[in-house]
Write a protein that binds this ligand. Sequence first.
Ligand SMILES: CCCCCCCC/C=C\CCCCCCCC(=O)N[C@@H](CO[C@@H]1OC[C@@H](O)[C@H](O)[C@H]1O)[C@H](O)/C=C/CCCCCCCCCCCCC
Ligand SMILES: O=c1ccn([C@@H]2O[C@H](COP(=O)(O)OP(=O)(O)O)[C@@H](O)[C@H]2O)c(=O)[nH]1
Length: 400
Amino acid sequence: MWWNASNVITNIPECLALFFIIFWLGIRTMHFMAVVYAKYRLHRRVEKTCPETPLPGISILKPLTGCDPNLYSNLETFFVMNYPTYELLFCIENELDDAVPIVRQLIEKYKHVNASLFIGGEQVGINPKINNMQTGYSAAKYELIMISDAGIRLKEDTLLDMVQHLTENTGIVHQMPFTYDREGFAATYEKIFFGTIMARMYLVADLLRINCHTGMSTLMRKKLLDEVGGLRTFGVYLAEDFFIAKSITDRKWRIRISSQPALQNSGFCEVTAFQARLARWIKLRLAMVPLTTVIEPLSECVLLGAATSWATHFLLRWDPLVFFMVHLLLWFLCDFILLSIIQHGTLPFSKFEFVLGWLFREFTGLPLFLHAVKDPQIQWRSRSYRLRWGGVAEDFTKKV
Ligand SMILES: CCCCCCCC/C=C\CCCCCCCC(=O)N[C@@H](CO[C@@H]1OC[C@@H](O)[C@H](O)[C@H]1O)[C@H](O)/C=C/CCCCCCCCCCCCC
Ligand SMILES: O=c1ccn([C@@H]2O[C@H](COP(=O)(O)OP(=O)(O)O)[C@@H](O)[C@H]2O)c(=O)[nH]1
């Protein structure tokens, strides 16, 4: 019999083939789980009526660096939130930054909104985003802290949605990264990335309670940060989001995603810049969870498909080409369904554009991963870093 136990143990090709088939079944299961969980979990109707207790106040930290064509309209969404008590704390490192006049203009336009601008930051660690936010954090007066990156847009009811997910035992509610509708191939590629490969992993991680916290749009209880020394404690890391969530879950609090995905809407949208961003994230993930060195490339549709085609041919004599084509089709359909659920409306591109964008994403995923692994140096904006094992970062800007 082909699966005879002693054969499997002693025969390496058979073991490898069996491993690929089991891994393939695992990833396919995750794919289906992600689709079902997305349908059940995302885009829930937000209750407009207040619960018995008054809604808690939120201090929203907006770390800004530079200006892009969408900055004004993205920031404006924060001034028109349907939420009773919140303050906006804009943080900008450099007084000459182009974002300064934009923020001042908005503060002037919406005088009734509680908003302040903090310039200069404070050097508390290596992470420039934490350094930038530190002065705003020190001034924050509410019990909830929201960290929201420069390119994020909110819907009117996003804060309500997030607060409603902050149940008694929950310490963090974060938004799953996704994108706002923009035009062009780069925007299509970004939306496909966040709505397929990233969403699949993110949703399954949330379901299995694996730390997948991404700091681009996240709401947390301030007391949980203050208990460990405040935001500054995480300034030694570049992936501050991962370590904040780790610290909070270590104290037995839950983290969960909100029902609305994060709408990233940076005004700069280019394939190469996006790939550089993804390469930086890959390097962070490898340092945080070294297991991803194997899991990430093997979870790529093309590599997994090729390996499992070989495995099923080797063990079961199935036609590898037929297997690969069926695998590709199944993967493609699951991805399209998942993306459509997350979009929750009409996609801003045609089916043909989806096919092109999807093939591009799938066939560039592995080369991008290998390219990222090759060079340990991390470039973030104008600075360079290296990570030590465990995630503590070193600034390499002056050393290069
Ligand atoms: C995208 C493909 C991932 C494949 C990984 C395979 C398995 C992982 C399972 C779940 C992980 C979900 C992925 C979540 C994070 C993805 C985004 C990311 O990389 N973000 C990093 C950078 O974020 C920015 O950092 C700077 C900050 O200022 C910005 O605000 C941030 O947006 C972030 O730092 C990542 C941290 C590390 C996450 C590691 C998660 C790995 C978990 C591995 C578990 C393996 C078992 C899986 C079994 C299902
Ligand atoms: O030197 C920096 C780099 C980034 N940021 C802020 O950190 C957030 C995330 O930055 P970026 O979009 O570059 O990170 P990514 O999402 O690509 O990881 C944004 O609000 C930036 O304004 C900052 O304050 N100082």
